[in-house]
Design a protein around this ligand. Structure first.
Ligand SMILES: Cc1cc2nc3c(=O)[nH]c(=O)nc-3n(C[C@H](O)[C@H](O)[C@H](O)COP(=O)(O)O)c2cc1C
Length: 254
C-alpha cells in the first residue's frame, strides 16, 4: 500500500494510465470458455482483492462473492439460466439471447450476492412507508446496486489484468431460480443473487464490440442535445442495432 503521496503516480503521468487503459480496453466478454482450464486459487484471491477495495455507499461494502468450483453446481446454475431464456421467449420479449449453456464451461465462476437490508444504512427514514420515503428507498436501492457494481467491475478488471476474458451475467429473472440457487450455494434467504461473474480463456476467437465515441457520452458544462435520443430513435436503435452491438465485431458494424 502506498503510504504517502510521494509514491503515488504524478498527476498527469501517462505510464500507469496507459497500462490501465490496456486492461480496460481489453476487458472483453466471451460467452464460451475453455472448460479444461483450471483457475489457480491465487487468481481468485487476486481478483477478489481488487473487489475488496471498491468504493461503496456509506462504505457498507454490501457484497458477497461465492466462488463456485464444483462442476455440478455450475451446470445446475447454467440450466436455470437456459430455462429463464425459454420463459422469456414464451413471453415474446424479443431480446437477442446468448447461449447460456456456456456458463457451465467457465473455469472461473463467481456468484455475486448482496444484502438489501443495507438499504437502511443509506439516507432513508426508518420504519416509514410513506410515499416520500419510497423515493428515498428507491435512491438507496440504487446506491446499493451501484456499490455492488463498483466491486464487480474491479473484479472484472482484475481478471482482465490477469489475461482472462470475462462474462457478466445478470439474466436471472425468475424468483424460482434465486430460490433454488441459494440453498445450492448455502446462501441465506436474506441475500439476493445479483449476477454471475465468469472468466477464463475463451473457447472461440474474441472480438471487440462497438463502443460509443467519446463525443457521444461527453458533455462539457451542459448536456449536449446532440446526444439526446428521442423515443423513436431509441426504438430504432433497439430494432436495428442492439443485436449487432451485442454479437458483432465493431469493425463489421455498418
Ligand atoms: C450490468 C450488466 C449486465 C449484463 N448482463 C448480461 C447478461 O445477463 N447476459 C449476457 O450475456 N451478458 C450480459 N452482460 C455483458 C454485456 O452483454 C457486454 O458487456 C456487452 O455486450 C459489451 O461487450 P464487452 O463486455 O465485450 O465490452 C452484462 C453486462 C453488464 C455490465
Amino acid at each position: 500500500m502506498r503510504d504517502n503521496k510521494e509514491e503515488s503516480p504524478k498527476i498527469g503521468e501517462r505510464l500507469l494510465y496507459d497500462r490501465f487503459m490496456d486492461i480496460a480496453r481489453n476487458r472483453i466478454t466471451t460467452r464460451q470458455f475453455d472448460p479444461e482450464f483450471v483457475v489457480p486459487e491465487e487468481h481468485f484471491e487476486l481478483i477478489l482483492e481488487a473487489a475488496r477495495h471498491a468504493p461503496s455507499g456509506a462504505n457498507a461494502q454490501p457484497w458477497h462473492f461465492i466462488i463456485v468450483r464444483e462442476q455440478a453446481a455450475k451446470q445446475k446454475i447454467a440450466d436455470y439460466f437456459v430455462e429463464e431464456q425459454r420463459v422469456r421467449a414464451r413471453l415474446k420479449m424479443k431480446f437477442p439471447t446468448p447461449d447460456y449453456s456456456g456458463l457451465a464451461t467457465a473455469p472461473g465462476f463467481i456468484v455475486v450476492a448482496s444484502d438489501f437490508r443495507y438499504v437502511s444504512a443509506f439516507p432513508v427514514l426508518r420504519d416509514d412507508d410513506s410515499e416520500l420515503n419510497k423515493m428515498y428507498i428507491e435512491n438507496a436501492e440504487r446506491i446499493l446496486l451501484q456499490s455492488v457494481a463498483a466491486a464487480t467491475m474491479s473484479a472484472h478488471l482484475a481478471a482482465a489484468a490477469l489475461g482472462y476474458n470475462v462474462w457478466w451475467v445478470t439474466a436471472i429473472g425468475q424468483q424460482q431460480a434465486q430460490d433454488a440457487m441459494r440453498p445450492l450455494l448455502g446462501i441465506p434467504d436474506e441475500l439476493s443473487i445479483l449476477d454471475i461473474f465468469c472468466f477464463g480463456p475463451p473457447k472461440k476467437p474474441i472480438y471487440k464490440r462497438w463502443k460509443k465515441d467519446a463525443s457521444q457520452i461527453t458533455n462539457w458544462d451542459r448536456f449536449n442535445p446532440d446526444n439526446f435520443m428521442s423515443d423513436e430513435d431509441l426504438d430504432t436503435w433497439i430494432k436495428k442495432m442492439r443485436h449487432k452491438v451485442m454479437y458483432k465485431d465493431a469493425k463489421n458494424i455498418d
